[in-house]
Design a protein around this ligand. Structure first.
Ligand SMILES: Cc1cc2nc3c(=O)[nH]c(=O)nc-3n(C[C@H](O)[C@H](O)[C@H](O)COP(=O)(O)OP(=O)(O)OC[C@H]3O[C@@H](n4cnc5c(N)ncnc54)[C@H](O)[C@@H]3O)c2cc1C
Length: 633
């Protein structure tokens, strides 16, 4: 059927009418975001218009009118995907936690949209994880693992969460990582062939899969990967960690992303950064929504390739944005770890807990004016010894577990020794293992150090502590649900309670796997009011260019303040100073954010300062030293 078009204005009215008929569920964008201020009507182009719909036109019609219709047609085709953004489940972050949640939800027939702010879908800390993931060792048991986690966590772990990890962890490694995704962790055979060791594995008994009523896929307990080689890390009472050389995270991530990319129910958007969560209390145009239970119905997204800002409406939103290491001067984290999820959740009003517990990894490669690079704890697990600048071993005088003491103890001991010896770093010696062994077991670390001029088979590695992992985050339950309805958080951005005041090595990949799986399942279950999408206000785009010098200097201020005042060793005075300085800086940043032309950089800076303040406040409100949070009186 065709219809005659009389004028641009009438067409536009029709489109706007259609948009209204679609209901407030669809994306509404400012017309002049796209068509240069020609008309200020708010329209939805979600359905697009065919040539037939545009109708007959006479050769003598106004040529401008024709061009105008064509522009609408072309534009609606181009932006169709962007404008019509409604999905069942929106996952923010393509690290292990987000990717697993997305795959499991998609398996459960949910339409999933997963976004990452990076150009590469392989992003976040997952891809940089070296050491490995907890499995099960010889004479190991759930009870031993629970005890190791809670001891490392300084008695501050939430037991139901630790039990859940111990119950489900190994099974999900078997069922998902090894069986379904086909990940080849290093085996005993490989190690023996490479002259590196002996078998360390004892088969385990099947574990009961009850877990207090949470939903599980059927777990096949007959699976037993008894040929996997096991390594040790700090504060583990047995060797129970499996790995893939010293690039475990990348191996896992590649396999998981491959499944993500080939899943028919999943749409992946790269270069898309979440600016804010959409909540009933903050974004609904209906004033009565304020009386409803606070809930999240999606997020506002900025596409840094097209420079477009648009909302994605979702029945459920899963935050999986990873860590916050970039708010500190020295960090092992990748550039994207700017703590966005904490800032988003904080502004949306979700509950944040345990943020004072920042784990500083004891050993990152030290070279003045060079980016930090993690020297895995597995190096100490394989016998590496920390020495001071005079060659003296020192950990035995700080802790009975010596070089394999919990991370916070090792990190502070290093800091003390650096002060005692007036040295810029200490050293980690693994040279006695020999070149062939080191090249086979730690190829990434070996190559990195060699490139930086250190042959680790001949000399010790210069190391310093660096911010590594956020034990706290968005408080969640056993299924990853946050305090905001329809919002989940998984992986490092969440706080499940597993890590308490200090994380046990190699437990975070496992936590990302377990909670990613459970949140993906839970989010797939329809719940009351899931389909409520209120109308929202239009996004107003600003145009002021960003001043790169301000941006760089603001980041320097945040990072230095956090490192010096909210770092390894804290005092009340330093924390108060930090709070004051960060608050002032935030006012400035908010002011220029409001007027600035959007970019990934400015969004990250706004999130960085918000997260730094949130962490500082949590630290100030926690007067007792525990685990990674150390207050010097
Ligand atoms: C150097 C290093 C080594 C480690 N080694 C180990 C190890 O051996 N074993 C272990 O268990 N743990 C290890 N960890 C910790 C572990 O890797 C992380 O805790 C875990 O991978 C976090 O996974 P995640 O899915 O939560 O987040 P990440 O893998 O960090 O992914 C975060 C994702 O969110 C995206 N994102 C962030 N903000 C936004 C936004 N605003 N909008 C859109 N997308 C966004 C990022 O682009 C990324 O895709 C290590 C960490 C580091 C840094």
């Amino acid at each position: 059927m065709t219809k005659k078009i009389k004028s641009a204005a009438s067409l536009q009215k029709e489109i706007a009418g259609q948009a209204r008929n679609d209901g407030a569920k669809h994306t509404f964008l400012k017309w002049n975001d796209y068509i240069d201020g020609k008309d200020k009507s708010v329209v939805s182009l979600s359905e697009g218009y065919s040539l037939e719909q545009l109708g007959h036109y006479s050769f003598y019609s106004d040529i401008y009118e024709l061009l105008f219709y064509l522009c609408i047609l072309i534009y609606s085709k181009i932006v169709k995907r962007t404008v019509k953004m409604k999905t069942d489940i929106l996952v923010i972050g393509t690290g292990l936690a987000g990717a697993i949640a997305a795959i499991i939800a998609a398996d459960n027939n949910q339409k999933v949209t997963i976004i990452t702010k990076t150009d590469d879908v392989i992003s976040g800390s997952t891809a940089t994880a070296q050491g490995g993931i907890i499995y099960r060792g010889i004479n190991d048991s759930k009870e031993k693992l629970i005890s190791d986690i809670t001891v490392a966590g300084a008695g501050h772990c939430w037991l139901p969460a630790v039990l859940q990890l111990a119950d489900l962890g190994k099974k999900l490694v078997d069922e998902l990582l090894i069986e379904r995704f086909g990940i080849n962790f290093d085996s005993d055979e490989q190690m023996v062939n490479e002259g590196q060791g002996r078998k360390h594995y004892a088969p385990t008994k099947p574990q009961l899969n009850d877990c207090r009523g949470v939903l599980h896929m059927p777990i096949d307990n007959s699976i037993n990967h008894s040929d996997l080689h096991l390594t040790a890390e700090g504060a583990h009472s047995v060797r129970r960690i499996i790995y893939s050389k010293d690039s475990t995270g990348l191996t896992i991530q590649k396999a998981v992303i491959d499944k993500l990319q080939n899943h028919k129910n999943i749409e992946i958007l790269t270069n898309n950064i979440a600016i804010d969560l959409l909540t009933l209390s903050h974004h609904s145009k209906s004033s009565l929504d304020i009386y409803k239970e606070p809930a999240c119905f999606g997020a506002i997204i900025f596409d840094s390739k097209t420079n477009k800002t648009f909302p994605i409406f979702a029945k459920k939103t899963i935050l999986a944005t990873g860590g916050l290491g970039q708010i500190f001067l020295h960090t092992t984290n990748p550039p994207e770890a700017t703590g966005d999820g904490i800032a988003l959740a904080s502004r949306a009003g979700a509950r944040l807990i345990n943020l004072e517990y920042i784990q500083f990894h004891p050993t990152s490669f030290y070279r003045k004016n060079q980016k930090r690079f993690l020297i895995s704890e597995a190096v100490r697990g394989e016998g590496g010894i920390l020495i001071d600048k005079n060659g003296n071993e020192f950990m035995s005088r700080f802790h009975s577990q010596g070089n394999l003491a919990p991370r916070d103890v090792v990190a502070r001991s290093i800091q003390n020794v650096m002060l005692e010896t007036s040295a810029a770093c200490v050293y980690l010696d693994i040279s006695f293992k020999g070149e062939d062994w080191l090249k086979a077991r730690f190829p990434t670390i070996y190559d990195y150090c060699l490139d930086a001029g250190i042959n680790i088979a001949e000399e010790p590695i210069p190391v310093v502590p660096a911010a590594h992992y956020s034990c706290g985050g968005i408080g969640v339950d056993l299924n990853g649900r946050t305090s905001l309805r329809r919002l989940y958080a998984v992986g490092e951005i969440s706080c499940t309670g597993v890590h308490g005041a200090n994380r046990l090595a190699s437990s975070s990949l496992l936590e990302a796997l377990v909670w990613g799986y459970l949140a993906g399942k839970d989010a797939s279950i329809p719940k009351e009011d899931d389909e409520y999408f209120p109308e929202i206000n239009d996004w107003i785009s600003e145009t002021e260019p960003m001043d790169a010098a301000l941006l760089a200097q603001d980041w320097t201020s945040i990072r230095n303040t956090m490192w010096n005042y909210v770092g390894l060793i804290r005092t009340k005075q330093r924390l108060h100073r930090a709070k004051k300085m960060l608050r002032e800086l935030q006012l400035e940043i908010e002011q220029f954010y409001k007027k600035a032309k959007l970019s990934r950089e400015i969004i990250e800076l706004r999130n960085g300062i918000e997260t730094a303040i949130t962490v500082t406040n949590a630290t100030l409100e926690s007067p007792v030293s525990r685990g990674t949070h150390f207050i010097e009186s």
